[in-house]
Design a protein around this ligand. Sequence first.
Ligand code: 3HC
Ligand code: NAI
Length: 693
Amino acid sequence: MTAQYQVQDGVAVITLDNPPVNGLGHSTRLGIVEGMTRALDDAAVKAIVITGAGKAFSGGADIREFNTPKAMQEPTLHSVIRVLEGSSKPVVAAVHSVAMGGGLELALGCNYRVASKGAQIALPEVKLGLLPGAGGTQRLPRVIGLEAAANMIVSGTPVLSEKFAGTKLFDEIVDGDVLPAAVKFAQNVGAATGPHPKVRDLKVRHENPEGYLGFARNTVAAMAKNFPAPLKCLEAVAGSLKPFEQGLKEEREGFLFLVTTPESRALRHAFFGERAASKIPDVPEGTATRKIEKVAVIGAGTMGGGISMNFLNAGIPVTILETKQEALDRGVGIIRKNYENSAKKGKLTQEKVEQRMGLLSTTLSYDEIKDADLVIEAVFEEMGVKEIVFKKLDEVMKQGAILASNTSTLDVNKIASFTKRPQDVVGMHFFSPANVMKLLEVVRGEKTGKDVLATVMQLGKKIKKTAVVSGVCDGFIGNRMIEQYSRQAGYLLDEGALPEQVDKAIEKFGFAMGPFRMGDLAGNDIGWAIRKRRAVDKPDIQYSKTADLLCEMGRYGQKTGAGWYDYKAGDRKPYPNQQVNDMIVQHSKDLGITRRKISDEEIVERLVFALVNEGAKILEEGIASKASDIDMVYLTGYGFPLFRGGPMLYADQVGLYNVALAMKRYAKGYHGEAWQVAPLLQKLADEGKGFNG
Ligand code: 3HC
Ligand code: NAI
């Protein structure tokens, strides 16, 4: 049983004890009911306190039980709360640290609530695509009012306990340790004659509920476009104006509806995926890590500057090394400008700007970085330059320093071989802009030490990145997959589509940006350079020639004011260009292709399934250790729509049988060779399984 029971001076204390955050799993729920039974049977007990051990009152339903029969096994949270509300002795919640989701609902089922200051109070279910399913939508409005409750439940945002002073949510808010205060409170109410208050008996009052709800519905509908949960949350809260049992019934129906939606599945997948990404199968938890107190960055270009900012933001000093003073001055100038811009927008105080800049130093000499615990190389993407840098690092860096490369395409094993300490070498592939993008691909070389991996994953969390481990291959997880997507985008142009149609179709599917707008943003010349290299290294890989023709027209993208689209100064809006479209049509003619009308559905399938097929290969080769890692890469680094949960979960939701069938159809079409179904995908489809089980 994961709840403890003790009696102190006539007060029974039930302590939830289910680390890490006292999730209300089955054994904890059982423990509460059993504690209640003991307390009610014991004539010496006059009142009951419920609290949580360790670092939370309760983080809510035990998310480890989601999608298992235990989640619904009696006593459910509803049943537990019924026991609390039916108690003949007063029940006091002693809330501290965190009371979220079901944890807050449990507290609302008590007669009284005492909280310590600074506790985070939330009903965050909406973030998992759900609504609070154990009476939260009915009880919270009764204690803090309709509007405040709607705001909290629709947004899921935590609010500090002291902000509720003066509401009926808390009877007392105390500084310091809550338990003694709650026990004292319980002794007092235990001595008083009942009946003791129940939240369910309160009435929700509002001057103009219909007016408010009409406004709120419009606002929420506009904000929550692709997610059904926020509106359902609001409807459930609106139900609190009805008789309690009626509102509770509607809440239940809303919850049962949402739990089966693909959007909720996607959000829960992302929630677990984020946490699962930090767990590496053969690197046990508790693996010793190295201390990272000083960081050095080689190269003050686009990436070096952004990478440095991550560490400065986390309070870790950084020294940037360059070959020329001008490059250092330029790089540092850009970092300062970025911070000043944040300060102008009110996101950072001037004091913080100076604090962060104060942690930054620059040098032209390796001598000044030799003591760094971690060095990240972000120089030109050329093996020759990497070789010079890593040989030098091997020579000068202290023993035990981690040597990382930010390479986006080069072989990390080869880079490691330039040193006599390959176990200390790892890829840290940041995404541009590196101070903004959440994703960090941690590239595990053949010889990378487990402690190095564990250290870098831990550091990723510290600098607020979603760190995902990738094995070594061309493009790692993200870029290797995007290449297949880009190839399909090019072929679609050859066959009959125009950039605007392709972009609009995939943006309607939910991508932040279509492939051609993305190309214009990143610079079409980057892909051009890669294709030129591929033409030598891997001449078998085919591409549509349209992207090369575009670059030959000097249309590199936004940086030249013209790419697949035209751009006006100071405006990122794309305007279709007739010359580009004519070039595409002419190219089809040159290939002897009769252009056809391509449906938006085909565009989406070909782009997304191209990702899925390559993802399956990556999984099969062990480059990614689980499908959710691939999804996390796409959700945090490539603008894949969150409500679809990433390419691999999306494929599961479509059904792998259907995905494989579509691929075989495309295999008969233009450049059908790109549609060899990955063996793992076919196997799972045959077995009626998905990538995520
Ligand atoms: N159940 C079980 N484990 C949980 C949990 C929960 N509800 N919430 C978090 N954890 C686990 C995490 O998975 C993590 O485990 P790990 O160390 O093995 O990876 C550990 O607790 C620590 O989590 P964080 O790294 O997120 O730690 P923080 O201290 O930063 O945050 C927190 C703690 C604020 C509780 C945060 O984890 C959080 O927001 N959790 C989600 C809470 C939530 O969504 N609750 C609602 C659940 S749905 C519900 O209650 C339905 C009900 O209405 C019927
Ligand atoms: P960049 O050209 O903006 O910057 C490179 C910097 O390295 C320049 O300032 C240059 O002076 C410096 N440099 C070159 N040789 C050096 C040496 N021997 N010692 C010290 N400094 C040296 O390049 P960018 O875009 O920052 O890319 C750097 C690395 O990051 C490359 O490996 C690239 O593939 C990778 N990358 C780039 C991304 C992007 O979107 N730009 C995304 C992810 C990774």
